[in-house]
Design a binder for this molecule. Structure first.
Ligand code: ADP
Ligand code: MG
Ligand code: MG
Length: 252
């Protein structure tokens, strides 16, 4: 079972400290939600975990199944099973969806054990059927001209094909209508397994109506300041964040 541990993680952007000591422990099969007001460092946490060069990690430890994540280069993190789905997936002109996915899969494999084209296409077709996606998507340029819902469906397809160990969704729900929200949620729910953890970053409760998190964490000013169960996200939805600030004596 997957084990993911973040201990005392600090990170800076352009010399400014954003993450001020994040602690989090996740076990396989668990879904953790991170909620918090804008600008509190949620996306910074996702980027720092993935090894984005803009973010300098200044302290702390991160391990996935006992392996030191911070020690890994970006591509090694992906190979180790980290996956980040973003709020705004990038469009890549001239690269088809199928080319992109096949090279992403092969980049995660040892040299010499690349997936065969036949096998890859068979797997893609099966997953696309599950997601009710039109097969023509395989041959379209990555995300170019995709609607919001199509992009999300495509992110879920990538997730299914790559079979990651730790999936981070950063505000994947923003701007989604209910149908697209349900697609994301059912993809996540279908992928729940003992060998996989989910870290779901979201501003709103609505995605959590369809994905039941085991734990909810509130992030403020670069720290996780409160943790609880699903009832915490319901209260945040109803009452906002002010009561947390008052309870903990946090000033704006
Ligand atoms: P959240 O995802 O919780 O809204 P972010 O992690 O995006 O918060 O941002 C945290 C803080 O870091 C904010 O004050 C933001 O202005 C700052 N920040 C984020 N990205 C950058 C960047 N690329 N350059 C400079 N400052 C940034
Ligand atoms: Mg933000
Ligand atoms: Mg963000």
């Amino acid at each position: 079972a997957t084990n993911f541990v973040i201990e005392g993680l600090k990170a800076s952007i352009e010399g400014k400290e954003i993450l001020k000591g994040i602690n989090l422990e996740m076990k396989g099969g668990e879904i953790h939600a991170i909620m918090g007001p804008n600008g509190t460092g949620k996306s910074t946490l996702a980027s720092a975990l993935m090894g984005h060069p803009k973010y300098e990690v200044t302290d702390g430890k991160v391990s996935l199944n006992g392996e030191d994540v911070l020690d890994m280069a970006v591509d090694e993190r992906a190979r180790a099973g980290l996956f980040l789905a973003m709020q705004y997936p990038s469009e890549i002109s001239g690269v088809t969806n199928s080319d992109f996915l096949r090279s992403a899969i092969n980049a995660r494999r040892e040299e010499g054990s690349e997936i065969s084209l036949i096998r890859f296409i068979r797997q893609m077709e099966a997953k696309m059927k599950e997601l009710d996606m039109n097969p023509e998507f395989l041959h379209r340029y990555l995300n170019e001209g995709f609607s919001g819902g199509e992009k999300k469906r495509n992110e879920i397809l990538q997730m299914m094909m790559l079979d990651p160990k730790l999936i981070i969704l950063d505000e994947i729900d923003s701007g989604l209508d209910i149908d697209a929200l349900k697609i994301v949620a059912s993809g996540v729910n279908a992928m729940r397994s003992e060998d996989r953890g989910f870290l779901i970053i979201t501003h709103y409760q609505r995605l959590l109506n369809y994905i039941n998190p085991d734990f909810v964490h509130v992030m403020m000013q670069g720290r996780i300041v409160k943790s609880g169960g699903p009832e915490l996200s319901e209260r945040l939805e109803a009452e906002g964040y002010d009561w947390v600030k008052e309870e903990l004596g946090i000033e704006d």
